[in-house]
Design a protein around this ligand. Structure first.
Ligand code: PLP
Length: 474
C-alpha cells in the first residue's frame, strides 16, 4: 500500500536528519563532545573561521519540513518565530525582516511617519550616531533624508563616546539616537536612555551583534523604543539572511514598521488573510474614493523586506540553542583572554562598558555601579602603536595560519569613499563631533578573531598558541 502524505513527510524528515548528521559534522557546536565523524583538527590546515553557521540536523529538518509545506511567504513559522523571539527578549513584539540592514532601514523609516504627529522625524532632522562601526547602522539615516551626527568611539570599549552627547545635541533639530552595541558590548545605556528621556528623543538600539547581552541584568535591545537584530551567519543566531525589528513598548510603532516592511500599505492583514479590520471597503483615506480596497491603500512610501517562512523555521531551531550559544561566546572570550593575558604590552584588549580592567578573577568595574555582560561577537584586539609589529604584519600572520580575522567593519565610516564623496557633493550631509581620534585609532589598529560557538577547544588552543608564537618572534 502506498504511504500517506504524512508518512512520506516523516520519511523525508527522517532521511534528512540522517543525511545532515553525516554531512554537517563541522558545523556542530564546538562545545559538544567531538563526535567520531568530525574530521580531526589539523593546525595550519583546518580553517579557524572568525564566525559561521552553527547548526545540526534540527535546522536542516526544519528547513526541509517547511519547504515541503510550501507556504513560502511569511506564515505559520514566521508567526511562531516572532512570538518566540519576542518572549525571549520580553518586548511587546518582534517583527521578522529580511536582514539586519533592512531592520535598521525600517526602524528609522517608521519614525518618519506623519502618523506620529509632533514626534515625527522630518527631513533635515538630526540623528546622533557613532563614527566607527557597520555602515548600515548609519546609511538608513541618510536614506531617509536625515542628518547623521557622528560621535567618536572609545577605543577601549569600541562604543560611542557618550560624554559627547550633549555637544552633539541641537535642541529642536536632534530627534533620535541610533547606535550599535559594538561586537556584543552594551553601550552605556544608563547615560544614553537618560539623555534621550531628558530631551524627548527616540532611541534605536542596533542590537545586531548583541543578542543575549545584558546591561544591569536586562537584555540589550529592550531599552530603546525600537531595536534591531541580524540573523546573517556570523550573528548569535542565523537563518541565512534575516533580521528583526523589536517593538520594545509602544504598539503604535508596530503598525508603522509593518507598513514600511509591507509595501507601505495601510492594511495590516497577515499574508493570506483579507478584511482583518472588518471594514475592507469602508475606508476613505487620502484623496481616494470612499470604499477603495484597504488592501491597496498606501499610507507610506514603503518597501517589501519580508523573509521566507522556511527561514523562520530554521530560526526557531536556532532560538532553542540560543542560551548555549550566548554562553559559548562568553566562555570562548574568557579562554582567549586568559591565554593571552600576558600580551598587554602588545595589544589593547576590548573592555566591557563600565569595566576598567580585566583580571583572571574577573573585571574591575568603574564607580558608576552599572554592570555589563557581553556575549561577544568576536575577540577584539588593538595592536599597540609601540608594538614591534604592525597590524598588517599581524593579520598576514593570522591569514597564513588560516585563522579568520576581521577589522571593525568599515572603521571610521566618514573616511569611506561613499562618505567622502557625499561630503564633497553635500557638505552639510552629516556632522562630526571633534576630530574622531578614537574611530581613527580603531580603523588603524583593530583586529578581531572568533568567539563563535563553532570553535572547538583545539581551535581555541591553536589560536592562542599562534598569537603567542607570532609575538615571540618579534
Ligand atoms: C552592527 C550591525 N548592524 C547591522 C548589520 C547588518 O546586518 P545584515 O548583514 O543582516 O544586513 C551588521 C552586520 O553584521 C552589524 O554588524
Amino acid at each position: 500500500m502506498s504511504q500517506s502524505p504524512a508518512e512520506l513527510k516523516a520519511e523525508i524528515i527522517r532521511l534528512t536528519r540522517e543525511y545532515a548528521a553525516r554531512t554537517h559534522q563541522n558545523n556542530r557546536p564546538g562545545y559538544e563532545t567531538a563526535s567520531s565523524d568530525r574530521p580531526a583538527f589539523v593546525p595550519g590546515q583546518t580553517v579557524v573561521p572568525y564566525a559561521g553557521r552553527v547548526f545540526d540536523e534540527d535546522e536542516v529538518a526544519a528547513a526541509v519540513g517547511s519547504t515541503l509545506d510550501f507556504w513560502l511567504t511569511l506564515g505559520p513559522e514566521g508567526d511562531a518565530f516572532e512570538n518566540e523571539l519576542g518572549a525571549f527578549l520580553k518586548v511587546k513584539k518582534a517583527l521578522l525582516i529580511n536582514s539586519g540592514s533592512s531592520a535598521n532601514l525600517l526602524a528609522i523609516s517608521a519614525l518618519t511617519s506623519a502618523k506620529l504627529g509632533d514626534r515625527q522625524i522630518r527631513p533635515g532632522d538630526e540623528v546622533i550616531t557613532v563614527a566607527a562601526g557597520f555602515p548600515t547602522t548609519v546609511a538608513p539615516i541618510l536614506q531617509n533624508g536625515l542628518v547623521p551626527v557622528f560621535l567618536d568611539n572609545d577605543p577601549l570599549t569600541l562604543n560611542g563616546r557618550v560624554d559627547q552627547l550633549e555637544a552633539a545635541l541641537v535642541p529642536g533639530k536632534t530627534k533620535a539616537v541610533m547606535m550599535a552595541h559594538t561586537l556584543g558590548n552594551p553601550f552605556d545605556l544608563a547615560t544614553v536612555t537618560d539623555f534621550c528621556r531628558r530631551h524627548g528623543l527616540w532611541l534605536i538600539e542596533d542590537n545586531c551583534d548583541a543578542l543575549g547581552c545584558r546591561y544591569d541584568g536586562q537584555l540589550t535591545g529592550t531599552f530603546g523604543d525600537l531595536s534591531t537584530q541580524s540573523f546573517y551567519p556570523p550573528h548569535h543566531l542565523t537563518m541565512g539572511e534575516g533580521g528583526a525589528v523589536n517593538i520594545v513598548r509602544e504598539m503604535r510603532l508596530k503598525v508603522l514598521v509593518e507598513s514600511f516592511r509591507d509595501w507601505g500599505r495601510d492594511c495590516w492583514c497577515a499574508s493570506g488573510k483579507d478584511n482583518t479590520c472588518n471594514k475592507r471597503f469602508g475606508w476613505q483615506l487620502g484623496e481616494l474614493p470612499e470604499g477603495y480596497d484597504h488592501k491597496y491603500i498606501y499610507s507610506h512610501l514603503g518597501y517589501n523586506l519580508k523573509p521566507l517562512d522556511p527561514q523562520a523555521a530554521i530560526g526557531r531551531q536556532q532560538l532553542r540553542k540560543l542560551p548555549a550559544f550566548i554562553q559559548a561566546r562568553m566562555d570562548n572570550w574568557q579562554t582567549l583572554r586568559t591565554g593571552l593575558a600576558d600580551l598587554e604590552e602588545f595589544f589593547t584588549f576590548q573592555l566591557p562598558t563600565h569595566a576598567t580592567a580585566w583580571t583572571p578573577e574577573g573585571f574591575v568595574w568603574d564607580a558608576s555601579g552599572h554592570r555589563t555582560e557581553c556575549s561577544w561577537f568576536g575577540f577584539m584586539m588593538l595592536v599597540k602603536a609601540g608594538a614591534p609589529f604592525s597590524r598588517r604584519d599581524f593579520v598576514r600572520a593570522l591569514d597564513a595560519a588560516k585563522i579568520g580575522n576581521r577589522m571593525l567593519f568599515g572603521g571610521n565610516l566618514v573616511r569611506q569613499p561613499a562618505f567622502v564623496s557625499l561630503k564633497q557633493q553635500r557638505p552639510d550631509a552629516f556632522r562630526i563631533i571633534g576630530d574622531l581620534p578614537g574611530a581613527d585609532q580603531i580603523m588603524k589598529e583593530s583586529v578581531f578573531v572568533g568567539t563563535y560557538p563553532g570553535l572547538t577547544p583545539a581551535m581555541l588552543s591553536y589560536l592562542i598558541e599562534t598569537i603567542r608564537g607570532f609575538v615571540k618572534k618579534h
